[in-house]
Design a binder for this molecule. Structure first.
Ligand code: SF4
Length: 463
């Protein structure tokens, strides 16, 4: 950061972050689960660093207090992951063509850029001139023991292979095939649901919003790919679990959830005005309010008779939630964003895109505490209907509402994210916003929620 080495540990469970002095990290690199206190001291001395045992104890105590210390080695770290589905499994791909603007914004929006160990070796071999100081030092992806993947070092919040021109140096010099698999398929998402692999995408990049309804661009999978076996081997494929939590105390089977998902998709299609258009349904703005749809869908899944579809078809898609219903969510969101902003200011560079984005979103979240602003966004002010419609469609198609919170909560969370994006558009003009954020705030909200731990406001809400 600004030419200074900073080591941070991201806690993926809570979205929190621990900043470590590089000297403490040197020590912890040796804590791979095979050494006791004396062993750590010896290993550190072998690297030329002399530590007092009191210093080692102090570092370990801090990590323990942050909930980041565990005992022993991870015996499965280097095992081959079980393949989640047969190579003959069909792909169900969201028809979408992405036009990348080449600005490199997505390469500086995430805390961690994952490389497999082989991909890191290849990148270092292909671009040895970048290895002085930055690319040389890949970090462990998780923990400090043996593992198959690592995290690229970052420079002012961006991947170290991102050049000042906004281009990926690996891609520019050696082509797409030389990039890490995760970067090559970005922003596509893959999930196996017991029948097919659904291919969708995360609406986390302004290029996605700009590409909706585009008739040119790159498809989400290589041309001609119809089966799992046609995808690159290293692509990560999620799995919809056999039991899904819909609401507190209410679960359903995977098969029931798939039936619900299909009913929702066909209902959303009815709301896309197709007549007279040759655009695919995915690229059409619904003729109804997406916040209302998300909020009401949430109520339908929290009902034990949710599968039949009558309840989905009966929802009133233009009746937004009331102030009283959304206010606790907004308050928790504003608190969490304020904490995120304080944390970003403490350690991120002033030239860091994530810091600038979090600053704007924090102002927007606080603005929603104003009754008048909240009334405006609930009435649809600031809405980009096409992006909001696509956002919900992509989430349903990619089973993105199944995750670490119940589906009913995830749907309300999506409604709140949309309200936050609308609030960005209503910020007073003195807030100078980067052009992509001013025009397409929803992808920025989505990226901060998922990749920067913004979604942890849900945890605060449940306390
Ligand atoms: S490897 Fe290239 S594409 Fe991937 S994050 Fe880094 S700069 Fe971006």
């Amino acid at each position: 950061m600004d030419g200074v080495e900073v080591v941070v540990v991201h806690d993926a469970r809570t979205g929190d972050l621990l900043r470590m002095p590089p000297r403490a990290w040197e020590l912890m690199e040796a804590a791979d689960g095979t050494r006791d206190l004396d062993g750590l001291l010896l290993a550190a001395s072998q690297k030329g660093q002399l530590y007092q045992s009191s210093e080692v104890v102090s570092v370990l105590t801090d990590l323990m207090a942050a909930g980041l210390l565990t005992d022993g080695i991870d015996p499965f770290a280097l095992e081959e992951a079980e393949s989640v589905c047969d190579p003959e499994t069909a792909l169900e791909v969201l028809p979408f063509l992405l036009v990348c603007d080449g600005s490199g914004a997505c390469c500086s929006a995430y805390n961690t850029i994952r490389f497999s160990n082989q991909e890191a070796e290849r990148a270092r071999a292909l671009l040895p001139m970048l290895s002085d100081g930055y690319a040389k030092r890949f970090m462990p992806l998780a923990g400090s023991g043996a593992q198959k993947s690592c995290a690229a070092p970052m420079v002012n919040g961006g991947c170290s292979y991102l050049s000042e021109s906004g281009k990926c140096e690996i891609h520019r010099v050696f082509g797409m095939a030389a990039k890490p698999a995760g970067c090559a398929v970005y922003p596509a998402t893959f999930v196996y649901d017991g029948e097919v692999v659904r291919v969708s995408l995360g609406v986390e990049c302004a290029c996605v919003a700009k590409s909706i309804a585009s008739k040119i661009g790159e498809p989400l999978v290589p041309a001609g790919a119809t089966l799992r076996g046609d995808l690159p081997k290293d692509v990560q494929i999620g799995v919809v679990p056999n039991t899904i939590v819909l609401a507190e105390g209410l679960t359903c089977s995977r098969e029931e959830f798939l039936r619900w998902s299909k009913v929702v998709t066909s209902t959303l299609r009815r709301w896309a005005p197709l007549e007279g258009s040759d655009l695919p349904v995915w690229s059409m703005a619904f003729s109804h309010d997406v916040v209302s749809i998300c909020w009401q869908l949430s109520t339908t899944v929290a009902d034990s008779n949710f599968v039949g579809g009558e309840k989905v078809r009966a929802i009133q898609p233009d009746v937004p939630p009331s102030h009283a219903e959304v206010l606790p969510w907004i308050a928790a969101l504003a608190n969490r964003m304020t904490a995120k902003h304080e944390s970003a200011v403490r350690w991120r560079s002033e030239h860091d895109n994530v810091r600038a984005t979090i600053s704007v979103l924090t102002k927007a979240a606080k603005s929603l505490l104003d009754e008048d602003v909240l009334a405006l966004v609930l009435a649809g002010e600031g809405a980009n209907r096409k992006v909001e419609s696509f956002y919900l469609t992509a989430a349903i198609h990619g089973h993105q509402l199944v995750g670490d919170v119940p589906v009913s909560l995830a749907l309300r969370d999506r409604a709140i994210r949309i309200l936050l994006s609308r609030a960005v558009c209503l910020l007073p003009r003195e807030n100078e916003l980067p052009e992509s954020l001013a025009t397409y705030p929803l992808p920025a909200v989505e990226s901060v929620m998922r990749a920067q731990g913004g979604k942890e406001y849900l945890r605060d809400l449940q306390k």
